[in-house]
Design a protein around this ligand. Structure first.
Ligand code: BTN
Length: 246
């Protein structure tokens, strides 16, 4: 667990992950620092995409960590625990909250949050990690071409206080981070597997444009998706080697 939480509130920034990265590089941040912004001019998503967020409506946050106990080989555990923390926050608000592997947070068939983790490695261990979270809270219209976005307010019709949500997610995260620090990896694995989108059911996937039916049977040691196809073949996929057909 991290003893101190230190929140930095920004009105506008290019990207909270970039800001957090500057703090790390200039050795100006303690573990547990959280950078929050009302608006990002260049919010970044995965794979060079941009991240849409109307000013003041949503959670845009970057957590700064120095998980020097974690091997680079085990870095997917950070994805697992931030996903678990987001689900912990969302579960009491609504049903059908899942994690679309590797770390998109879904409500039914729509994406409510995205995660962008940027790690630095020293030798075979991590030296720092910036966990960027974009959680759609109060936005009611989405204009970018991002597929199937949704906000929590669109589901619950409630308004959310962004700062209060940030504190709650941080607290959930800190509990999971404590479990990671103390080596409770099996507990994390089991909890993550349980919340997977289309877990434990036959579902459609696509690989190089080809559709096939398969079931998620596990997560590999480096975070790969393990699928069993209808013909019994078991395959492991790295990120982007396979996609859900939604
Ligand atoms: C995704 O593509 O699903 C990941 C989206 C991550 C967006 C968040 S918003 C806060 C942080 N700062 C960024 O520039 N990106 C992440």
């Amino acid at each position: 667990m991290i003893a101190n939480k230190n929140f930095i509130f920004l009105t506008e920034v290019e990207s909270t992950n970039n800001y957090a990265n500057h703090l790390v590089l200039s050795k100006a941040a303690d573990e547990g620092t959280v950078v929050l912004a009302q608006h990002q001019k260049k919010g970044r998503g995965q794979q060079g995409n941009s991240w849409e967020s109307e000013a003041g409506k949503n959670l845009l946050a970057s957590f700064i960590l120095f998980p020097q106990f974690l091997t680079a080989a085990n870095q997917f555990y950070l994805s697992k625990i931030i996903s678990l923390a987001l689900v912990d926050f969302l579960k009491p608000e609504t049903e059908n909250v899942t994690v679309k592997w590797p770390n998109d947070i879904y409500i039914q068939n729509r994406k409510v949050a995205g995660i962008l983790i940027e790690n630095s490695v020293k030798g075979s261990f991590l030296s720092s990690s910036i966990i960027g979270i974009g959680l759609n809270l109060n936005q009611l219209e989405f204009v970018s071409d991002a597929p199937n976005p949704v906000s929590l307010k669109q589901i619950t019709a409630k308004n959310y206080d962004v700062e209060n949500v940030a504190v709650q997610i941080w607290e959930h995260f800190n509990i999971w981070y404590g479990k990671l620090q103390t080596g409770h990896l099996n507990e994390i694995d089991t909890a993550y597997f349980k919340i997977l989108f289309r877990g434990n059911e036959w579902a459609l996937f696509s690989k190089q444009g080809e559709c096939f039916e398969a079931k998620i049977i596990g997560i590999g040691e480096f975070g790969q998706l393990i699928l069993e196809a209808r013909n019994g073949t078991i395959s492991k996929y790295m990120f982007k080697e396979v996609e859900f057909v939604i």
